[in-house]
Design a protein around this ligand. Sequence first.
Ligand SMILES: [Cu+2]
Length: 135
Amino acid sequence: MKRILIVAAVLLSLVLVSCGGAGGASNTINVTMTDFQFQPSQFTVPAGQEIAFSSTNSGAVVHNFVIMKLGTTAGEMFDEEDIPNVYWEVELLPGGSTDTSFTAPSEPGDYEVVCRTEGHIVSGMTAKLTVVPAE
Ligand SMILES: [Cu+2]
């Protein structure tokens, strides 16, 4: 009897953990760009849905929020050959801000986010966009 209870408790915790993963998705991204970071640097959105995007550049130089297509990476430096791999991007001048939106990719997975301003990737200006199946 005791063993059955333990098995039930383990199964229940597994269910709770998996629900927590999918439930973390949000239709809103609110990100601050600094010299040289995205804050926060991890986002989870539902596949194929409209995402409200708000951002402020509180740094002293131009920053970008560039979502790379699934399975691609800009590597250590964003250059010409990376342009076809851009899924969506927005550029903000120093002190600038934006309220816009984009449609989340339809394919679940981890997407790389970078700032394409020269030297910013190696300075640590990267983030991760996790796309999960829409409920
Ligand atoms: Cu930047």
